[in-house]
Design a protein around this ligand. Structure first.
Ligand code: SF4
Length: 237
């Protein structure tokens, strides 16, 4: 039998070996057709997210999320971006209008200032990891509630478990309250080392606060110098 006839015979029998074998990711192997986040009840959701072992799989899963009411008021989930091996992770409170429109964190005016801070540290944006505690934009850019933070924070737990940065920089009061203590005051806590799930945390002012009050810029630079020193990075000469 000619090879082509043999291929045709296999195809008719439903056995087509002509294409490359599909190699499913760990997520697909384990999950089959992965459920959407909203299909999983509380403990089941936490277990499922806790077992995802690939950042891209986690992002695919999170992008389908509608676990809380914030999703119905925004364009989409803003998962986060950056190096999966970043030494520094920046965590803000929630996406704003520009972030919601573009599906990327920190891309508005405050994001441009964060880019300058990263540049001043002698790093590229691609070399750090950037995300928020809450992944969907609250209406009118209000601060997310504690309940909204609690719904969303399992994604941050999983992101940080997979990236495992040397230092997490919490940007502003809401991020610091969500990570460290609900009553945290950023003016008192900034510049002091904290710890969250085994990761060193440096709270500092949110870039949006620096836009409103440039006097906050020197303290943020002091905080970033502490971060660089902790990581053994020298920053620009
Ligand atoms: S804010 Fe978080 S928990 Fe709520 S829908 Fe968006 S991704 Fe899901």
């Amino acid at each position: 039998m000619k090879p082509r006839d043999r291929e045709e015979e296999l195809r008719q029998a439903g056995l087509d070996f002509s294409s490359k074998p599909h190699r499913p990711s760990g997520f697909q192997r384990r999950a089959g057709t992965p459920p959407a986040p909203g299909e999983l009840a509380g403990a089941e959701f936490l277990r499922f997210v806790g077992e995802i072992d690939d950042l891209e799989d986690l992002e695919r899963f999170a992008l389908e999320c509608s676990r809380c009411h914030l999703r119905s008021g925004c364009k989409g989930v803003v998962f986060g971006e950056g190096s999966p091996r970043a030494q520094i992770a920046f965590v803000g409170e929630a996406p704003g209008a520009d972030e919601d429109r573009l599906g990327r964190p920190f891309v508005g005016r405050a994001g441009k200032l964060l880019d300058r801070i990263i540049d001043a540290c002698g790093l590229l944006r691609d070399e750090v990891y950037i995300t928020n505690i809450v992944k969907c934009r609250p209406a009118a850019n209000r601060t997310p509630t504690e309940e909204e933070r609690n719904y969303c924070i399992p994604y941050l737990h999983a992101q940080m478990r997979l990236v495992r940065p040397g230092v997490l920089v919490s940007l502003g009061a809401a991020a610091t309250q969500g990570l460290i203590r609900p009553d945290a005051k950023i003016t008192r806590m900034r510049g002091t080392w904290q710890e969250w799930r085994g990761i060193k945390v440096m709270p500092t002012f949110h870039p949006a606060a620096l836009l409103r009050d440039p006097r906050k810029r020197p303290p943020v630079w002091e905080d970033m110098k502490s971060v660089l020193e902790e990581l053994g990075l020298r920053g620009p000469a």
